[in-house]
Design a protein around this ligand. Structure first.
Ligand SMILES: [Zn+2]
Length: 473
């Protein structure tokens, strides 16, 4: 990626603020300029006969930046520019049925997957302790790889981290359950996960048990530092926002169908909105993969269903929110008082959502103080408006703005920035652990796996990957 020893050294001096007891400082304190921070990613893609294939990959954290903010000598970027085939390295592929069991035939057996992950962790431990020799800054030098994060969608994190507190553990009918968040006690008895105030988020961290019954192999095999083991599993901005709380906000903000178009069916309203949305995206040069807006896509199956952003491409969320911000603002003057209050709140929410997303993509690897302040303020305002919208929709007797565990995970992203601001330490961009580019690589590998013999699918997929890597390198 062309980073210099000075940049690596600078990375670790900032990282020391976050994890001062990380083993890298004890073992490699004298040569931090040759220690390379990396992430591990796991995800399932679609292989032969629509079966799943799990791809494990590793990647460096410091990359060429984003399209909006390229890396330079003074400010390294996140790893979001360049072909994913060349900016990430595939470690292994495994057909999902090898470890999940065939439907109705046998129980899931995660052991093969966990053994594979242990194997990766053992190799990475060796590269952390012993390093490897490479040509770096004009000479053959030893470098060391330092894993700092595991990233993926929630199911991947749960499977590989063997987490017993996660998003699927929500128990809406009881006062508390096992907990929905591996970073705090949210969702456990007397710990309300939807109370995302700084005080409560802080309180939910006191006497926090580790989020697993038995420490997963990936944690015990890597050198992470005892206090930071659970922090190794990072929140993915992509599934939390683009495919999560912000997509749902977009679907809910399609309240145009309830208040703006009179005497039209919901289907017809969605059709009209889609054609307006398409024209907006064309005029603003925004991408839009959606071919139509339907009840299924926006979760409006019937009047008792809560809307959800079910569109396939997370990137469409950015375009839909940009459209809705200007569209709702334009509708406000013509609305009657009570509905106007609802629309003003939604417009405020959309404005803050868009500001949050814009700031993230315009930031470098490390946020400056101004960018962090914007993320904290817009993130907090987004969450507050979400609650206001839920209250107002309730007053209209409408099923809207359902709080999902991803709302809490978004709050975790903002809370981390607030904690670091108060401690006076530098913050990494939340985009560092986001998975858009990783999913792109998973898609490429899985599509190559669809055209090889099923009996030798693992070996031949990796062979095709090697050829592709050689061609594009
Ligand atoms: Zn939490």
């Amino acid at each position: 990626m062309g980073n210099t020893s000075k940049q690596y050294h600078d990375f670790w001096s900032k990282w020391r603020g976050q994890q001062p007891m990380h083993p890298v400082f004890e073992l490699h304190g004298s040569h931090l300029g040759r220690c390379v921070p990396i992430c591990i990613h796991a995800d399932e893609g679609t292989s032969q006969k629509k079966r799943g294939m799990l791809v494990l990959q590793t990647q460096v954290c410091m990359g060429h930046g984003t399209r909006k903010r390229k890396a330079d000598q003074d400010s390294p970027g996140v790893n979001f520019v360049g072909k994913s085939l060349c900016t990430r390295l595939v470690y292994s592929v495994m057909m999902v049925h090898v470890y999940s069991g065939k439907k109705g035939k046998k129980e899931a057996n995660p052991k093969p997957l966990l053994r594979l992950v242990d194997h990766l962790a053992t190799e990475l431990r060796m590269l952390f302790e012993q390093g490897l020799d490479v040509h770096f800054e004009g000479a053959l030098q030893r470098i060391w790889l330092v894993p700092i994060a595991f990233k993926g969608d929630w199911p991947a994190l749960v499977k590989i981290g063997q987490l017993n507190r996660h998003h699927l553990r929500d128990t809406p009918t009881k006062e508390g359950g096992h907990g929905i968040c591996h970073l705090c006690k949210g969702g456990m008895p007397s710990n309300a996960w939807h109370d995302v105030s700084f005080g409560n988020m802080n309180k939910m961290r006191s006497e926090l048990p580790m989020p697993w019954q038995r420490e997963p192999g990936i944690v015990s095999n890597l050198a992470l530092g005892d206090a930071y083991k659970h922090l190794f599993f990072r929140i993915d901005l992509f599934h939390t926002c683009h495919k999560g709380v912000m997509a749902d906000a977009g679907a809910n903000a399609l309240a145009l169908v309830d208040f703006v178009y009179e005497n039209e069916s919901v289907e017809k309203c969605l059709e009209l909105i889609y054609s307006d949305l398409k024209a907006f995206c064309r005029a603003e040069s925004l991408q839009l993969h959606l071919q139509s807006l339907t009840r299924t896509i926006v979760g409006y199956a019937n009047s008792s269903a809560f809307p959800a952003g079910n569109w396939f491409k997370g990137a469409d969320t950015v375009s839909i929110l940009a459209y809705l911000e200007q569209r709702l603002a334009g509708e406000i003057p013509a609305l009657e008082d009570k509905v106007r209050e609802y629309f003003v709140s939604m417009a405020g929410l959309l404005q803050n959502a868009n500001l949050f997303m814009r700031t993230v993509y315009h930031g470098a690897l490390w946020l400056d103080d101004r960018e962090r302040d914007i993320l904290i303020q817009s993130g907090r305002a987004f969450m507050a408006e979400f609650m206001t919208c839920a209250r107002l929709a309730y007053s209209f007797d409408m099923c809207r703005w359902k709080l999902q565990p991803k709302y809490h995970m978004f709050a975790e992203l903002v809370f981390e920035l607030e904690v670091q601001k108060r401690a006076g330490i530098t913050s990494l961009s939340p985009l560092t652990f986001s998975t858009q580019m990783d999913e792109d690589l998973v898609g490429q590998i899985c599509s190559r796996s669809q055209v090889v013999s099923s009996r030798t699918v693992h070996e031949r997929t990796l062979n095709r990957y090697r050829v592709a890597l050689f061609t594009h390198w």
